[in-house]
Design a protein around this ligand. Structure first.
Ligand code: AKG
Ligand code: FE2
Length: 401
């Protein structure tokens, strides 16, 4: 049995912004989660979102696969994501659908929409929800600015919120998973990579957070203690993401969370509100000093390669040589590794060797084994250069690795 924490409830319509800001500050420092009520998004609209979401996820898989995610928009099937690279599960037991920025001519047409003939109300419902939750999110961000003792228009004025990178993600966790001895998560442990997330669900439990660690560097510490984040009708659950954690020099917490299967079908809708793509996040002046220098270097959300979750969950764990040359494959791995360094969370040498090896064709296994007999432990750079020499000698013999 996990405990449930009483999270603060913030009223977005309260005229007393200073007192709301004080409560937000405390919540963001202590646990990185709070509830948001009177946010202006009607429960009726939320109900329609879940109804339309359920219609989409009930379509035959082949129809959903026609909308497979491209440019971070569209459908992701069950088990296609593993948010926690340390977990050995076969992937998260959820399917999802991403909708990207709407009112931006250069980006809005990247969105994919289900056919109007099949789901006529789907797009207008999602667009209406997107705009309303965006407006609530922007009001919340002015309170967050106040909570950081900044001008309430700070994030607007510095240009973070013109063309925000805001994504709506519909999620569906199936109720019955069949019997298995494997450890299965709806969503495995992760923190969100952006600024803030506004989450609503159909009330089926499952969301848990690890409020135990108060220092941002301790995310990988064990054991993890999980507490239920309970649903409140009509309230958003808000959590802080890594970007705001870094912006505030770890004053505000981006908390690990996960979704456990509850044996019942769960629908949720997350709205990830992040700065515009070109915006460089640097530690806020009010959050660093000589005694407390910035803990991370400036970075942008724009570089999707720098999204740790995306990198670790989708690429390093699934990359394979396929039809690339060895040179191209190793180059790609190196770029991914470098991007994780920029993000501040490098992959260690042994893991890099593991990922490189995992994606190679079986025919190269004996070669790698022979390297490991001679060099122990083998470093990624050594492995890469030995593989490149192998490629050259195979090509000289007229073979392709
Ligand atoms: O579905 C939920 O309750 C949480 C989803 C989540 O944490 C995420 O998509 O980042
Ligand atoms: Fe999340």
């Amino acid at each position: 049995m996990t405990a449930a924490l009483n999270l603060p409830i913030i009223d977005l319509s309260s005229p007393d912004s200073l007192s709301s800001a004080t409560s937000i500050r405390q919540a963001c420092i202590e646990c990185g989660f709070f509830y948001l009520v009177n946010h202006g998004v009607e429960e009726e609209l939320l109900g329609q979102v879940f109804e339309e979401s359920s219609k989409l996820f009930s379509l035959p898989l082949e129809d959903k696969l026609k909308l497979t995610r491209r440019q971070h928009r569209g459908y992701t099937p069950l088990f296609s994501e593993n948010l926690d690279p340390t977990s050995t599960s076969k992937g998260d037991s959820k399917e999802s659908y991403y909708i990207g920025p709407l009112d931006d001519v250069t980006r809005s047409n990247l969105n994919q929409w289900p056919s109007e003939d099949v789901l006529p109300s789907w797009r207008p419902t999602m667009e209406s929800y997107y705009r309303k939750v965006l407006s609530a999110g922007k009001r919340l961000i002015s309170l967050i600015a106040l909570a950081l003792n900044l001008d309430e228009e700070f994030f607007e004025k510095v240009g973070a919120l013109n063309k925000p990178t805001a994504f709506l993600r519909l999620l569906h966790y199936p109720g019955k998973l069949g019997s298995t001895d494997e450890e299965i998560y709806g969503a495995s442990a992760h923190s969100d990579y952006g600024m803030v997330t506004l989450l609503a669900s159909n009330g089926v439990p499952g969301l848990q957070a690890c409020f135990f660690f108060f220092v941002c560097r301790e995310k990988s510490k064990q054991p993890r203690i999980w507490e239920d984040v309970l649903h409140i009708d009509g309230a958003f659950i808000v959590n802080i993401g890594d970007m705001l954690e870094r912006w505030t020099n770890c004053l505000f917490r981006s908390t690990l969370h996960r979704v456990m299967p509850a044996g019942q079908e769960r629908y949720s809708v997350a709205f990830f509100l992040d700065p515009n793509e070109d915006f460089v996040v640097e530690c806020l002046k009010s959050c660093c000093s000589e005694a407390s220098p910035p803990r991370t270097c400036p970075y942008k959300i724009e570089n999707s390669l720098a999204r740790e979750r995306y990198l670790r969950g989708h690429i390093l764990l699934t990359i394979s040589k396929g039809s690339w040359s060895l040179f191209e494959y190793l180059q790609r791995i190196k770029e991914l590794g470098d991007a994780l360094v920029v993000y501040g969370t490098p992959v260690d040498g042994a893991d890099m060797v593991y990922h490189t090896r995992r994606g190679l064709p079986d025919a190269l296994e004996p070669f790698i084994d022979s390297i490991e007999v001679q060099i122990d432990p083998v470093l990624p750079d050594e492995l890469h250069s030995l593989l490149l020499s192998k490629e050259i000698s195979l090509l000289q013999m007229g073979k392709r690795p």
